[in-house]
Write a protein that binds this ligand. Structure first.
Ligand SMILES: O=C(O)/C=C(\C=C(/O)C(=O)O)C(=O)O
Length: 305
């Protein structure tokens, strides 16, 4: 097909290891994707990479293999504003998945209501320049104001060096805001750096802003040491996640980011990624917050009454 995978794009682990960590009952993988199948759900013409297919069936099999109970499926840029593959997966999940879509300001109320019925609870704004072209802030704000009455939140993906210019936009959003992958800090600067202090200040000053503690494999310079059996996978990222887990225990989430788009130097074993959670949330109480209570409050609040 003409959807040839981007050269160098690694496939995900076909047979991930079984985690040592026993996840708490009801654990939520709060950041993952479905891609294609391209013949049924074509990738967006404006995409900046072409992934391999990654089906809902494979996602749900991974969920069960790792010990998660639910998924939050996040629209990735390779599908642009065409959320059909995501909506198809939500329907197949029988209520075990929620969705975060990508929308234009032309979205209609009828489309929003249908997505809400399907299990969508958020919209995603991507600012990573290698992934998307520029979208005017007015258009994004228009989308945010359209989804706010539904109780949806805004997921944002950006790189740490861009936080200063994005600060006013993020702090002006009329919803809960969930940051992907800790705002992608440069881990070589250290978890007490001015750069990460700024991100911590963003969360400290704005209690509506949450963060996912995901994607150490994208941020680490020390790499997946656990591939050799040691317990300290992605050791240099742990202090960043620990700082957020300790300071904002009720506003953090975790996800596998399966099928790990755009990774070229190594592909994480999802089982070892789950074991990484034991380093950033070592106590059962922290694991309960990170993996169950926090994502349930955000995505299935109706079940908490
Ligand atoms: O999957 C991720 O969250 C990370 C990446 C890709 C996307 O988010 C996307 O294409 O929407 C990335 O860093 O390349």
């Amino acid at each position: 097909s003409h959807f040839e995978k981007t050269p160098g794009w690694l496939d995900w682990y076909a047979a991930p290891s079984k985690p040592r960590l026993q996840l708490p009952a009801g654990a939520v993988d709060a950041h993952c994707h479905v891609f294609g199948p391209a013949e049924q759900f074509p990738f967006a013409p404006e995409r900046k990479y072409t992934p391999c297919d990654a089906s809902k069936q494979q996602l749900f099999a991974l969920r069960d293999h790792l010990g998660f109970a639910r998924n939050v499926i996040v629209q990735a840029t390779c599908h642009g504003k065409d959320n059909r593959a995501l909506l198809d997966a939500l329907q197949a999940s029988h209520g075990k998945a929620r969705g975060v879509v990508t929308l234009g300001s032309d979205v209609t109320q009828q489309q929003l209501d249908a997505m809400h019925q399907a299990g969508v609870r958020g919209v995603r704004f991507n600012f990573v320049k290698r992934l998307v072209d520029f979208t005017p802030k007015e258009e994004l704000l228009s989308v945010a104001h359209k989804i706010a009455p539904l109780g949806w939140h805004v997921v944002v993906y950006f790189e740490a060096q861009d936080l200063p210019e994005l600060w006013d936009f993020f702090t002006g959003l009329p919803t809960t805001v969930v940051v992907d992958h800790m705002g992608r800090p440069d881990v070589s600067k250290g978890a007490e750096s001015a750069e990460f202090d700024l991100f911590v200040r963003l969360m400290a000053e704005h209690p509506n802003i949450w963060s996912k503690l995901s994607c150490p494999e994208r941020l680490s310079k020390s790499g997946p040491a656990a591939l050799h059996g040691e317990q300290h996978a992605y050791q240099d990222v742990v202090p960043f996640a620990r700082r957020l887990m300790q300071q904002f225990p009720d506003r953090v989430l975790f996800g596998t980011d399966w099928p790990h788009p755009n990774l070229k130097d190594h592909m994480p074993d999802d089982g070892l990624l789950v074991d990484y959670v034991a380093q950033i949330a070592p106590s059962p109480a922290e694991q309960q917050l990170l993996l169950v209570d926090n994502p349930m409050r955000l995505y299935w609040p109706e079940e908490l009454t």
